[in-house]
Design a protein. Structure first.
Length: 116
C-alpha cells in the first residue's frame, strides 16, 4: 500500500486541521490503519487507529476527545480531524497500517505546527 499524507499546516492553539491519507492499492480496505506522529527529538507515536470497517477506533490519551479518525474505503482515504489543537501536538504526522510493526515503509508525512 502506498500512502500520501496531506492537510498539515500552521495553526494557532485552539484551532483545527483535517489530515488526509490517500492510499493506492486494494489492500487498504483490508487493513487496520493508524495515524502516527513524530515530534522533534522524540520517537514516533501512535495517535489513533481504526479497524478495516471503520467501526472501532482507538486514541492516545493525549488526543482523546479532540481528534477523530475516520476512513472512506470507497475512496481509499483515511482522515484525522484535529480540534482544540495544542502546541504539544506539533509534529510530523504519518499514516500507515496498524500496528506499525507491519509497515513496509513510511511516507513523507505532513507537518502540523501549532503556535501558542
Amino acid at each position: 500500500v502506498q500512502l500520501v499524507e496531506s492537510g498539515g499546516g500552521l495553526v494557532q492553539a485552539g484551532g483545527s486541521l483535517r489530515l488526509s491519507c490517500a492510499a493506492s492499492g486494494s489492500a487498504f480496505r483490508g487493513n487496520a490503519m493508524g495515524w502516527y506522529r513524530q515530534a522533534p527529538g522524540k520517537q514516533r507515536e501512535l495517535v489513533a487507529a481504526i479497524v478495516p470497517g471503520g467501526g472501532t477506533t482507538n486514541y492516545a490519551d493525549s488526543v482523546k476527545g479532540r481528534f477523530t479518525i475516520s476512513r472512506d474505503n470507497s475512496k481509499n482515504t483515511m482522515y484525522l480531524q484535529m480540534n482544540s489543537l495544542k502546541p504539544e501536538d506539533t509534529a510530523v504526522y504519518y499514516c500507515n497500517v496498524f500496528p506499525a510493526s507491519w509497515a513496509d515503509s513510511w511516507g513523507q508525512g505532513t507537518q502540523v505546527t501549532v503556535s501558542s
